[in-house]
Ligand binder design. Structure first.
Ligand SMILES: [Zn+2]
Length: 311
């Protein structure tokens, strides 16, 4: 079983000039050519992103911004529902955990997609201006089939003790809902109002306060994965996805923790063709006999299946 445990899908607006889907599902010639030429571009961006953590600390914010800027190009062209279905088919994915990011990607849009495609697991993100966030989240769980909650304090600019998050976490705890937290200090203002809030250590108190929630540390704390690895080791209810992590870090995390707490994730469509690139990390680890076939299966989908679908 292969599950991508972290991705996004954008509404059609961005590809309006590229492809008019009201005339059927045929992929435009432009998009087909684009998909061919974009692969080396994306691979180069990924390599640069993985190496950027080796730069002196003061240069990291600049490299974060440059990578985000260049990564916008493929996202603008190839990021919609039809693109996701193409990528899932190409990469033999059985399921995809699709995360809302309102106002750009609304909860309703993601929930609707999951009604249309059984293989899509919808994760909601309740906006900070919601007057009764607990009521909204409960409604999404009970009536609309939401399978997880995303919390993105770096984008919201809210601290971990904010009432908004605690109202949501109480409901998540009550329903044993998985909670994906954005982790990683990525300097891309104004998209992230306060990048520093991405550091994983801000959220440690949540892991004890809400023991029925399974917390997934998205991106494994990005530039500083060792902090995430030690929290994964310390708390039974803490997991992580592998998005944006180089192959050596994935290997180190498995050596330290085993594979029960780790799941493959790509953060597609950011930087475009990255499902294939991220999958290649896990494939290589198996080919080189650096992980066992059981660890490979857990990483590829079984851990995500346990969390988002159930045994
Ligand atoms: Zn993401």
């Amino acid at each position: 079983m292969k599950i991508d445990s972290h991705l996004h899908v954008y509404p059609e607006l961005k590809s309006f000039f590229i492809e008019n889907e009201s005339h059927g599902n045929t992929t435009s010639k432009f998009k087909k050519i684009f998909r061919k030429i974009i692969i080396p571009y994306n691979t180069t961006l990924h390599l640069l992103q993985e190496k950027s953590r080796l730069l002196p600390e003061k240069y990291i914010p600049y490299s974060d911004r440059l990578i985000a800027l260049f990564g916008t190009v493929p996202t603008l062209v190839d990021s919609t529902e039809s693109s996701l279905l193409y990528q899932m088919d190409k990469n033999n994915l059985d399921a995809a955990v699709v995360i809302a990011h309102p106002p750009f990607i609304s909860n309703e849009f993601v929930l609707k997609l999951s009604k249309k495609h059984k293989s899509i697991i919808p994760i909601v993100n309740i906006e900070k201006n919601e007057l009764d966030p607990a009521e909204v989240l409960e409604r999404y769980i009970v009536s609309s089939g939401a399978r997880g909650l995303k919390i993105h304090p770096a984008a919201d600019g809210f601290k971990s003790d904010d009432e908004h998050y605690h109202k949501l976490l109480k409901i998540a705890d009550q329903y044993k809902l998985p909670v994906i937290i954005h982790t990683g200090c990525i300097h891309i203002k104004p998209f992230y109002k306060d990048p520093e809030l991405g550091h994983v250590h801000h959220y440690e108190s949540w892991f004890e306060m809400y023991p029925n929630c399974k917390f997934i540390l998205a991106h494994m704390n990005y530039h500083y994965p060792s902090e995430a690895i030690s929290l994964l080791k310390k708390y039974e209810n803490v997991y992580a996805d592998t998005s944006w992590q180089p192959i050596e870090v994935i290997k180190e995390a498995i050596d330290t923790l085993g594979s029960d707490k780790l799941m493959f994730g790509s953060d597609w469509p950011l930087v475009g063709e990255n499902i294939t690139y991220c999958l290649s990390h896990v494939e290589k680890l198996l080919e080189r006999n650096q992980i066992t076939s059981e660890q490979y299966e857990n990483l590829m989908g079984l851990t995500a299946k346990k969390i988002f679908i159930g045994d």
